[in-house]
Write a protein that binds this ligand. Structure first.
Ligand code: ADP
Length: 339
């Protein structure tokens, strides 16, 4: 609705400019045409013939000729005016339609960016408010307790510290997302094997703690165009989830394939899986599947996959997921290959 109203306003402005130019040219054209026609009609009449006629007859002939000229001139003026009015009407309607289309196309991305920004701010403030409010209430209650012991105070401070750690994770996630909202990925040739190895190194300790084996692809020499650090970040997010949502002593397999000028990395886990109802939403901001395990997990705000999605999108690639509850999930990231 907003977009339509603003497009009409902008189109109106375009139309005023176009019509001002068109009217200026029409008036000039009219003036020039009329003076040309006038000149043509006033071409010297063969007076010599009239002069040879008897005076009385010659005069009336001259008057009739002039009257005829005037009528022709009026008629020609009318024709020119009529044509110009019709042309201007066509321009008005045509330019109106084109102006609206152009205004709509110009304003749509701006409006979308604006809406995304507003949604982001609303989501972020909502998510930040909950832990802050919890921390404030807990601290106030503790402080009001007249029998507060050192142990109680320590317990409260520890709890505060936990909340603060969550807030740090959250703000980092939010900043990451905000950074990539309008960013452009730097394009350099990146070998898949390099980013897979680098990402694996970052999550190796985590996997080890849960005795999870990570199988790396046998061959991944394909090159893609992109920003190495960001691509590593995408893999870390997906691998981190695979570890987080899998039981101990399971296996995570990474494979690399080439498909229609695209290089794809698939990360499969044997974890809890994602319900079909949740699957279409996992790349949305702040979305977390409502499972018992998710509720226990402290370090998660549903921002990781939306960040990964944004980064892959910046690279002109795709990220998708398939999953069977209780069996595991596979996340596939495809990126355009370097020529
Ligand atoms: P979170 O911080 O909650 O992990 P993400 O955006 O990374 O946020 O993931 C969104 C949700 O998708 C998670 O809360 C989880 O429910 C689901 N999810 C992501 N990866 C997996 C996986 N490998 N196995 C099962 N569920 C997953």
């Amino acid at each position: 609705m907003h977009l339509h109203k603003n497009s009409v306003k902008l189109a109106g402005l375009y139309l005023v400019i176009i019509m001002a130019i068109s009217l200026f040219f029409s008036v000039s054209l009219y003036t020039v045409s009329v003076s040309e026609i006038e000149r043509g009609l006033r071409r010297p009449t063969p007076h010599s013939v009239i002069d040879q006629l008897p005076a009385e007859f010659g005069n009336s002939m001259r008057m009739r000729l002039e009257q005829e000229h005037d009528e022709q001139l009026d008629q020609a003026r009318g024709h020119v005016l009529q044509s110009l009015i019709v042309i201007n009407l066509f321009i008005f309607v045509g330019a109106g339609i084109v102006s609206y289309y152009l205004a709509y196309r110009t304003l749509r991305p701006i409006e979308e960016a604006h809406e995304a920004q507003a949604r982001f701010t609303a989501d972020a403030s909502h998510e930040l408010r909950t832990p802050i409010a919890a921390m404030q209430t807990e601290t106030e209650v503790t402080l009001m307790d007249p029998h507060l012991t050192l142990a109680d105070a320590k317990k409260q401070l520890t709890s505060n510290l936990e909340e603060l750690a969550k807030l740090t994770t959250l703000t980092e996630g939010l900043l990451g997302l905000a950074r990539f909202e309008n960013a452009q990925a730097e394009a350099q040739k990146v070998v898949l094997a390099d980013i897979v190895t680098a990402a694996h190194e970052q999550v190796a300790t985590l996997a080890k703690q849960k005795h999870i084996q990570v199988k790396l692809p046998a061959e991944a020499s394909m090159e893609v165009l992109g920003d190495k650090t960001l691509l590593i970040e995408v893999l870390v997010i997906v691998l981190d989830n695979a570890i987080k949502y899998s039981d101990a002593k399971t296996t995570i397999s990474i494979t690399a394939t080439e498909d229609h000028k695209q290089a794809c990395i698939a990360i499969s886990d044997e974890g809890q899986g994602i319900a079909a109802a949740d699957l279409p939403h996992i790349f949305e901001r702040f979305y977390r599947a409502d499972t018992a395990r998710n509720k226990q997990q402290a370090d998660g705000y549903g921002l990781g996959l939306s960040l990964a999605h944004r980064i892959v999108e910046l690279h002109g690639g795709t990220i998708s997921a398939t999953s069977t509850v209780g069996k595991g999930s596979t996340f596939t990231i495809c990126l355009p290959m370097a020529a």
